[in-house]
Design a protein around this ligand. Structure first.
Ligand code: PBG
Length: 327
């Protein structure tokens, strides 16, 4: 009869919670989370983002409270996004010393010192009249003109006290241009987490509500990576590493787990994943309809991103996930 016994009994190690804890392979801690913060110039009171339930745009005066809450939840880092009062062709609001993000950085640094890692988005689409991530020449987005502006954005954030700048414009050479201007000005300790493999994705649509940055004509296909091209995405990662990036990113996350895994396998560099607005909206929408359990799905998705190989995750669920983990 013994020949009919199962050769392996994987259920042995699943028999109770303590046993399951003992053999748990993928761990998730609040230290793996980066929390996005939207701050809007000249805003009187916080305003909710329609397509991203529970996500708010904050006036500068509320940033301290928000960061305190994030810090109390044991989340180590924030990612700042600014929404300026005025847009122009040069994206001026993105690099002036008294821009909304620069003010927010100064504010947070003054109130929290080294007790929170301050990251800031380096892009132009919230600040340009065109809503594009670079500077226009005629009807095309001019790569090398955009590089100068992006470098100035990073420098202005460094002066304000940022820890890590996070270029997301997908201009060729943006990491090199930013590293160069930072070093030249003595900001050798300011790091770069590039949105390296940032795909042209419909998962960003709710963010455009949040940050008011929809392109006014055309789309972002001439600069973001097509989702059909995984090897091209890996070339973006390689380029950023060659240019001196400190942390690479795959974005979005859930539909791109293959690239997270590939990046982790091929490169000895920290890998971040950005679980974007559309990923958040899908879960929130279905949860509001009562079709799924929000906390369970959130947790399963974020663990899957870690399991694929992400060392850290930018997610709109950061506070909720941290509260869940701290329980
Ligand atoms: C700006 C930027 C975008 C996102 C992050 N930075 C929008 C875009 O490229 O259209 C998307 C983030 C999200 O959807 O959560 N370049």
């Amino acid at each position: 009869m013994s020949a009919s016994f199962p050769a392996r009994r994987l259920r042995r190690l699943r028999k109770n919670e303590k046993m399951r804890n003992l053999v748990q392979e993928v761990l998730f801690s609040t230290n793996d989370l980066i929390c996005p913060v939207f701050v809007q110039e000249d805003l009187k009171e916080r305003s909710f983002v329609k397509s991203m339930p529970d996500i708010v745009r904050l006036p500068l005066s509320e940033v301290t409270n928000e960061v305190q809450e994030i810090k109390d939840l044991k989340i180590p880092a924030i990612m700042l996004f600014g929404i300026p009062s005025r847009k122009d062709d040069a994206g001026t609001g993105a690099f002036v010393d008294d821009g909304i993000v620069q003010k927010a950085i100064t504010h947070v640094r003054k109130n929290f010192g080294e007790n929170i890692v301050i990251m800031a988005d380096v892009c132009l689409c919230q600040y340009t009249s065109s809503g594009h991530c670079g500077i226009l020449k005629g009807n095309t987005i001019d790569n090398d003109t955009s590089l100068e502006t992006l470098a100035n954005v990073a420098l202005s954030q460094a002066k304000a006290g940022v820890d890590i700048v996070s270029p997301s414009a997908m201009m060729d050479g943006q990491v090199k241009a930013i590293r160069h201007i930072l070093d030249e000005n003595g900001f050798t300790d300011v790091g770069i987490m590039s949105h390296s493999a940032k795909h042209r994705s419909s998962f960003y649509n709710p963010f455009r509500d949040a940050a008011d940055c929809a392109p006014q004509f055309g789309d972002r296909k001439t600069y973001q990576v097509p989702f059909t091209n995984p090897r091209e995405a890996m070339r973006e990662i390689e380029s950023d590493i060659a240019e001196g990036v400190d942390i690479v990113m795959v974005k979005p996350a859930l539909a791109y787990l293959d690239l997270i895994a590939e990046t982790k396998k091929s490169h000895n560099i920290p890998v971040s994943a950005y679980s974007v607005s559309g990923e958040y909206a899908l879960v929130k929408g279905a949860a509001q309809l009562g079709w799924i359990n929000e906390t369970d799905i959130m947790s399963e998705i974020l663990y899957s991103i870690k399991r694929a190989g992400a060392d850290m995750i930018v997610t709109y669920f950061a506070k909720k996930m941290a509260a869940h983990l701290n329980k």
